[in-house]
Design a protein around this ligand. Structure first.
Ligand SMILES: Cc1ncc(COP(=O)(O)O)c(C=O)c1O
Length: 442
């Protein structure tokens, strides 16, 4: 079938290698995962420069939720680019920015009045949330979770605690950020079991941290991902999330929900936090918002607004072409019920991964919501010793077979195809993972 992978030249291939060599020569070191050089994409398929067709289970790190080059988004971008690309919406006015902001306040959870500030990336959304919460509360401290990923700029990095390599040599970061353990039940930091633990990892915030380390009246905001992303696709229990909300309420702390990775239909609802039945005060968005155009935003309770000209602003926020892409993204998600497809295909993928777990003892855990799924690889299911090498080998074996994957956490693999993925493509991906695991174990 022409909507499944096909490998004609083992990657990277000669043309791919040329690009890789030049990239290594001229581009700074980042986070490269696989030697796959590509030039075009459509839906869930990506074409390599040496003739290979890949199935994309990364969506450009959770960005192309509507599928690569969705025709509606492409047309909106082309039309807008031909009319007006940029005029600085922070200083002047364009209809599309205001219209998009209205739509964003409608789809963001919560019925109360909200406002939007546009950014250009996830990290910039987090920076805006840091500044808005400090400004409106006149408090200076922050709480975040161990395992969290909120971005790499210095403010956002102060809240990130996913991998030591992301922080090493970058201290001092922003002062005033403290981390508490996340509800990672598969590897409970307190070696307890849910639910008999009585969600101690939430209660410890008031019982220990607020008594001995963090004066709660100085905390401006708590940052939380509804599903921890880069940290390993960890889904917290919903009663834990409600307790976190209650703690914020008891101490006048703003709750910031970082939907940069879990938003825009990824988890089978518009936003990840909807699974937990909780509303936040500030939502951080980016990635899936623009289907590939760089745009992000915060959507926040209207009463938190700076209300002072110049307190916060930027140049490109809500750039016209990116705003057109975001508007078309929201419309495409609605018109094609991509949120529903994410829930349906996510359930199917989850079931298929559980079946795979029965075949392979090395799959210690299968977890996720909608099309935000992960498998955690272990050497031994009882000791849960992490099988990092195996996960890395599976990633290699998978791209050799035409499936592009990304790791997450220390020893997990994420499955985040575009939300337009079809059932037989999910099945093909799971079969490739099965073969890749068998090859990697040899
Ligand atoms: C939850 C979350 N927040 C923030 C960010 C940072 O986004 P960006 O890379 O666009 O700065 C990421 C990126 O992976 C993320 O997953």
């Amino acid at each position: 079938m022409d909507d499944l992978p096909e490998i004609v030249t083992p990657p990277p291939g000669p043309k791919g290698q040329e690009i890789i060599d030049k990239d290594s020569r001229f581009i700074a070191t980042t986070t490269k995962t696989s030697p796959v050089a590509v030039y075009k994409a459509k839906g869930a398929l990506v074409w390599g420069v040496d003739g290979n067709r890949y199935l994309d289970f990364t969506s450009g790190i959770g960005v192309t939720n509507t599928g690569h080059c969705h025709p509606k988004v492409v047309k909106a971008v082309q039309d807008q680019a031909a009319e007006l690309m940029h005029f600085a919406g922070t200083d002047f006015y364009y209809a599309i920015q205001a219209n998009l902001a209205q739509r964003l306040t409608e789809i963001a959870p919560g019925k109360g009045a909200k406002k939007v500030f546009y950014t250009n990336s996830g990290a910039e959304s987090v920076e805006a949330a840091i500044k808005l919460s400090r400004w409106s509360s006149q408090r200076k401290r922050f709480l975040a979770f161990v395992g969290a990923f909120h971005g790499r700029t210095i403010g956002a990095l102060s809240l990130t605690a996913s991998k030591v390599v992301q922080r090493e040599r970058f201290v001092p970061t922003m002062p005033g950020a403290s981390h508490v353990p996340f509800a990672y039940c598969y590897r409970c930091p307190y070696k307890m079991e849910y639910p008999s633990c009585d969600i101690w990892c939430a209660k410890i915030i008031e019982e220990v941290y607020f008594q001995q380390l963090v004066p709660p009246a100085e905390v401006a905001a708590l940052f939380m991902e509804p599903v921890q992303g880069e940290g390993g696709y960890i889904v917290p229990p919903s009663d834990w999330v409600s307790e976190i909300r209650a703690i914020c309420d008891r101490h006048g702390i703003l709750m910031v929900d970082d939907e940069v990775q879990a938003g825009f239909g990824r988890t089978g609802t518009w936003f990840g936090i909807e699974h937990h039945g909780v509303e936040a005060d500030i939502y951080c968005m980016a990635k899936g918002m623009g289907s590939g155009l760089p745009i992000g935003c915060i959507v926040f309770r209207e009463d938190l607004d700076w209300r002072v000209q110049g307190a916060h602003s930027n140049t490109y926020g809500g750039n016209l072409v990116a705003s057109a892409a975001a508007m078309a993204t929201i419309e495409a998600i609605e018109e094609e019920d991509m949120v529903g497809n994410s829930a349906r295909m996510g359930a199917h993928l989850h079931k298929r991964l559980l079946e795979l777990q029965e075949e392979h003892d090395e799959i210690g855990d299968v977890r996720g919501l909608g099309l935000m799924q992960a498998t955690e690889f272990v050497k031994d299911r009882r000791t849960k010793e992490r099988a990092i090498d195996l996960r890395d080998k599976v990633t290699v074996e998978a791209y050799k077979r035409g499936l592009i994957m990304l790791p997450c956490g220390k020893n997990s693999m994420r499955y985040i195809p575009p939300l337009v993925i079809k059932e037989h493509q999910v099945d093909a991906a799971v079969e490739i993972i099965d073969e890749s695991l068998k090859a990697a174990k040899k």
